[in-house]
Design a binder for this molecule. Structure first.
Ligand SMILES: C=C(O[C@@H]1C=C(C(=O)O)C=C[C@H]1O)C(=O)O
Length: 390
């Protein structure tokens, strides 16, 4: 067996030195991305350039081979690096486009307590925005909205849809009655685990604590557990808090492992969601709308109610098609107080400040009974540029 010439401590020192060099290089690359963004303002070029990304990835894969670094490894690392570069440029440009909303501290309301998925989404959203969070955990979605409305918070974070359990109706209903605007969105991976305060076995658990959503999202696994009681909490974090206080081997919370660690809980079983790909899309609401620079992709959300005549909704949707506007979501909710009347929520890819979208709004106004733009905001989902690997 070959004996290393260095001790483990010495080798680890070298690994740490390489890691800090990597960090310095990542920071330098980020800085260069900002320079690229400045140049794109001058040249009016869009932030995203898939052709450049493809060339860059292909060159990196070829260069990586010389170092015996395999292609999937290189591609996955550089997908993350490019995603960061695009999002850092978007954040920079949005700050310039909205100087009034660029505060160093943002007071953010979310369904608490600390550690909820809404809390994780809030952290995630502001991570590249050079903003410190003043956290305002709330007891309900209504309160999240109210404290932004009355000025105690600058932003509210609300979950709007999940890939397993679908739309979050309570949040849609809050949006019908608020004057707030949607100013951003973020997709958060949801990784549910069974979390306990003490070492125990799954067979010992006779009562679970969680929010109703995780019960739905993990229904198949939970059925396999048999006769286990399910207690409802206002959030996964509240469930974790309760389980931490009980310190019992017979109770468990369902929630995220990193949030569980905040409450001293350990995962007993991971990956319990019905779908492997379990994500929730969150929206950010604020008192004032934002402008989205036309160098980055934007989404617009409308609510509208149509006449109750045959084909009224189809007429509206044709407006999007005729203007080449892609619709990404259509949802309907009852209008409270008006039985059988529906309010439609529509998400489209498009910037409200564009001529095309102004025409769309004008045409829709003449076709609907009621229409309101809930917000126009940057799309922060950076889909990776794929290259052919041989
Ligand atoms: C940095 C740029 O912006 C984006 C990010 C890229 C990167 O990080 O390498 C490449 C192309 C663009 O999608 C650029 O245009 O060069």
């Amino acid at each position: 067996m070959t004996k290393p010439t260095l001790t483990l401590d010495e080798i680890r020192k070298n690994v740490s030195r390489v890691d800090s060099e990597l960090l310095a290089l990542l920071a330098e690359r980020r800085q260069l991305s900002i320079e690229v963004a400045k140049s794109k303002i001058q040249t009016e070029k869009p932030v995203r350039d898939p052709a450049r990304e493809k060339i860059l990835l292909e060159k990196l894969v070829t260069a990586g081979k010389k170092h015996e670094l395999d292609a999937p490894y290189i591609v996955s690392i550089f997908h993350s690096i490019i995603e960061d570069s695009v999002l850092i440029q978007q954040a920079f440009l949005q700050k310039l486009a909205n100087p009034d909303s660029a505060q160093p501290i943002a007071r953010v309301s979310f369904l608490g307590p600390k550690g909820s998925y809404s809390y994780l989404a809030a952290k995630h959203f502001f991570s590249r925005k050079q903003t410190t969070l003043a956290e305002l955990p709330c007891k309900s979605f209504k309160e999240v909205v109210e404290i932004v409305e009355n000025g105690r918070a600058d932003y509210g974070v609300l979950p709007i849809e999940n890939t397993s359990s679908g739309s979050i109706n309570d949040v849609y209903d809050q949006l019908q009655h608020t004057r707030l605007s949607i100013v951003g969105e973020i997709t958060q991976p949801i990784e549910h685990c069974i979390l306990t305060a003490v070492d125990t076995d799954l067979e010992n658990i006779d009562c679970l604590y969680s929010h109703p959503q995780p019960y739905q999202q993990c229904s198949e696994y939970l059925r396999s557990l048999g006769d286990v009681k399910q207690e409802y909490c206002s959030s996964t974090a509240e469930a974790m808090q309760k389980v931490a206080e009980m310190k019992s081997g017979n109770v468990a919370a369902i929630g995220n492992a990193s949030s569980g660690a905040l409450y001293g809980l350990k995962p007993l079983k991971a990956n319990i969601a019905n779908q492997q790909e379990n994500h929730t899309r969150f929206i950010l609401v604020a008192r004032n709308p934002v402008d989205v620079t036309d160098l980055i992709p934007a989404k617009t959300t409308f609510i509208m109610s149509t006449a109750q005549d045959a084909g009224s909704l189809v007429e509206c949707l044709l407006v999007f098609r005729n203007h080449g506007i892609n619709m990404t979501k259509l949802e309907s909710r009852p209008v409270l107080g008006n039985p059988w009347e529906e309010m439609f929520y529509v998400d489209v890819e498009g910037n409200m400040s564009s001529e095309e979208m102004q025409k769309v709004l004008e045409e829709l106004t003449s076709l609907t009974r009621y229409i309101k733009v809930l917000g126009c905001y940057p799309i922060e989902n950076v889909s990776p540029t794929e290259i052919e690997l041989d």
